[in-house]
Each structure stands twice: as C-alpha cells, then as structure tokens.
Write a protein that binds this ligand. Structure first.
Ligand code: F0G
Length: 441
C-alpha cells in the first residue's frame, strides 16, 4: 500500500508538540513525516501476504489458516507445536505465566520491558546478564547482544539453581541497541540452562535479522543462508516466544512454540492461551492474520530482503553519524541508537536529554523517535538513548536523507536546547513514557 505523507508546517509541529505535552506518543500519526517510533507492526505487507489474507479461514476451531501458520513455523523455525497469540506480550503472558512461579529468578541477556513486566507479574525477579561489551557504545565487537554466562553463573550461585526457572535469550537484543547474538553463545547458554535444569527460551522477535548478522560475522556460518542459521539457532531452545509484528512481517500477531519433547509445557501453554488469548487455533487473531503471518515468516528469512533491511538501518546510522550525532556502534538490526547524554552534555540526566533531542527532531523535521533513557526507565542507571527504529519495507533513501538533514540542523544548535520536567505522570512510573506530560525548562 502507498500512503501519502506530508510535512506539517513548523507552526503546526510546534502546536502538535505542545498539545501532546511534549510526549511524542501523544502526537497524531498524520502530523509525523518520518515515523521511527518503532519497528513493531509498522512494516508493509507484501502482495503475497495480502493475497493470503483473502483466503483466511475464520472457523473458531481447526482453521486451515492455523494449519498453514503451524507449517510455516515448523519449516522456518523448526517447531511444530504452536500456540498463537494476539502479539508478543500476549505470547509472553501465555509462556511466562506457565513457567514462572513466585520467587523465581529469570535470567535474560537483557529483558525487554514487557518481558520484565511479565516476569514480575508472575512473582518472579528479572536478572539481566548482558555481555560487558554491550555497555560500550564504541566497542566494535560482532556480537554485543550475547548473554554473559559468567554473570548467569553468579546469579545461580547467589540464589541456587532450583530458584532459576527460566533462561531467556533475546535475539537480537533490543534493549542492548539491537545487537545480535552468536550461535556459539546460543549453544553455551543452552548448555548452561540444561546444567541448572532451567527451561531455555528464545525471544525470537527479530530472529531473521539476527541470523543475517550471523551469516556476516560468525565464520562457521559464512556460507550458510539466514534460513539455515535461523533453524540452527532456534533449534537449541525448549520454547520460543514471538512477536510477529517484527520478523513475522505483519501488523499484528504472535505465538509461543514448544519443542516436540515437552508435551506438558505445550498443554499448559494451550490451557493458559484459552483463558487469555482464545482457542488455540486462533489465539486472539482473525484467520486472515494467521495467513499473513505464515507468509511473512517465510519472506523474513530471504537473504536479499535481509541484506536490504539491515543495510537500510546501517544507512540511517551513517546519515546520523555524518550529521554529528554519537551513534552506538555497530548499528543494530532494527534501529539506530544515539547517546543523547553525549550529544547534549550540558543537559543533566534529571532533565531528560533524550527527550529534549527527540522533541527537537520532531520540531525540526517531523521525525518521530523514542527516548529510552531516564524518562522511559526512571531510577535505573542507563545511557540516555534515543532510538531511531526503522519500519520494515516502508521508507526509502530520501526519507533517511531527510532524517540526516534534520539531525544536522538539531546538532547545529544543540547547545541552545534545554531539558524537560515531568508535570503529570501515571501511578506506575515504569510506564510513564507512554502517557506522562512534560514541560520544557
Ligand atoms: N520482546 C521484544 C524483544 C520486543 O522488542 C517486544 C516489542 C516484545 C517482546 C513485545 O512484543 O509489542 O508484539 O507485544 N517491542 C516493541 C518495540 C514494542 O518498540 O521495541 P509486542
């Protein structure tokens, strides 16, 4: 589909920002020129996906669309026990609600926000075990998304293996600047989970982009296709949790898939899915959504598509670096992360430099990004990142050039920018970046 977009005038942008309480989630999408808020559900479906939508089987039980999804998950990801869900967090509720009990620890290379929230909602405690290189924005390591098994062992020593029920590997590692995870690390983490008797889960949202990096950076897979790497890497997991809104190439959808040997886990996941998502052959989705995801999964591991996709994100990274923004290197698979703390070093963390940069990018060029620093994650020590996430199959080089020009204009007057203060926020501070109102200082 093609959608007309236009750049609202500067006055319109200023008015939109003010009436949104300087919160970009509250800016109407038709007031945005290049929307880099997220890569989730914002991509473009292919002709083959739209064609598949028309044959959606809307039967409540036993839909043939579900059968086609199950076949695609088996072919592309290697799992033939599939429980669909309306999106990733629905799948997380199904899986972690089944696996996590009160007092359990869950280890992850880095928990994404919704994963952390589902662990906590089930009485568990989320422990991050990122590779030390993840926190070095200039280190040129190929797999900065890896899980640090030493950190995992330290967590086990502290609480005992019996209290660590689940070990998760998030590929690519969204909360660590979208960095990839190697197959070698996946094998190590699988062996570690096995050794402590924990269930090994892969959060596979961006499994295809991760596989592309593996073909480029892990010598063992230099001659492999992304499809081959994906099957190999996912094959180590006991279960996978998936948001189809990323590498399923759909606007809505997700699922849990379970290894053939784990009948009990599969049964329990299905029962919980009935409670929260729907009968396990539709899981909160229309039959046509299942069809679109079945086709999208197959398209997602095409090597030409992936080279273009990951190449586009790298191209945006180069535009932003040329504009003078401090870009996290190497650039991730779905997004470019910029350190606003370094770009606006006169704005202290307490005044949210990331929000100042994000608002100015919108005001200058109608570009929407997301702050992932002290405003989004209150009371946690982390860099003041602003994320530029790239929707799949949506934008062209001209859009990225516009973002680069916008960034350069903002960098030129960076020392004039001031920070923000929160004037109104919801009771759950962890979720404030979606709805809080701010005021420029
Ligand atoms: N896991 C990871 C690693 C994610 O990045 C996301 C979503 C989810 C789970 C949840 O999936 O949105 O379908 O419910 N990430 C989006 C983002 C929202 O903007 O990074 P969902």
């Amino acid at each position: 589909m093609a959608t007309p977009v236009d750049l609202p005038s500067r006055e319109e942008r200023a008015a939109a920002l003010e009436s949104a309480g300087y919160n970009l989630f509250d800016v109407a999408a038709d007031r945005v020129f290049v929307d880099l808020l997220t890569d989730s559900g914002t991509g473009t479906m292919s002709d083959a996906q739209w064609a598949a939508v028309l044959r959606g089987d809307e039967s409540y039980a036993g839909s043939s669309s579900f059968r086609r999804l199950r076949e695609a998950v088996a072919d592309v990801m290697g799992f033939d026990r599939v429980v669909p869900a309306h999106q990733g967090r629905g799948a997380e509720n199904v899986l972690y609600g089944t696996l996590v009990a009160e007092g359990d620890r869950v280890l992850n290379n880095t928990h994404f926000d919704t994963t952390r929230a589902h662990v906590a909602a089930n009485g568990g405690e989320a422990v991050d075990c990122p590779d030390p290189a993840a926190s070095e924005p200039d280190a040129n390591d190929p797999f900065k998304g890896n899980f640090d098994v030493e950190a995992g062992r330290a967590a086990v020593d502290e609480v005992g293996a019996a209290n660590v029920s689940v070990v998760v590997l998030t590929i690519t590692n969204n909360s660590a600047a979208g960095q990839p995870v190697s197959v070698e690390n996946t094998r190590e983490v699988a062996a570690f989970a096995d050794e402590i008797g924990a269930t090994f889960v892969i959060d596979a949202c961006r499994f295809a982009e991760n596989a592309h990096f593996v073909t480029e950076r892990e010598p063992e897979f230099a001659d492999a296709t992304a499809a081959e790497v994906a099957r190999e890497q996912l094959g180590y997991a006991d279960a996978i949790v998936m948001s189809g809104k990323k590498d399923g190439l759909v606007n809505i959808g997700g699922f849990v898939a379970v290894d053939g040997g784990l009948d009990d886990l599969f049964e329990r996941a299905k029962q919980r899915a009935i409670l929260y998502e729907g009968f396990p052959t539709y899981g909160g989705l229309a039959g046509r959504d299942l069809e679109a995801m079945a086709v999208g999964l197959r398209e997602a591991v095409d090597d030409d598509y992936l080279a273009h996709r990951v190449g586009q994100v790298a191209e945006l990274g180069a535009e932003l670096a040329a504009a003078g923004l401090p870009v996290y290197e190497p650039v991730g698979g779905h997004a470019v992360y910029v350190d606003a703390g370094a770009a606006l070093d006169h704005v202290p963390s307490s005044d949210f430099p990331g929000q100042a940069l994000a608002c100015e990018l919108y005001l200058e060029g109608g570009v929407r990004t997301v702050e992932l620093g002290s405003f989004a994650f209150p009371e946690t020590e982390r860099p003041e990142y602003v994320r530029f996430a790239v929707p799949r199959r949506t934008y062209h080089r001209e859009h990225f050039e516009h973002v680069g020009e916008t960034a350069a204009a903002v960098v030129d007057r960076a020392d004039e920018l001031t920070g923000f203060e929160v004037v109104d926020e919801p009771p759950m501070k962890e979720l404030r970046h979606f709805s809080a109102d701010l005021r420029p200082l």
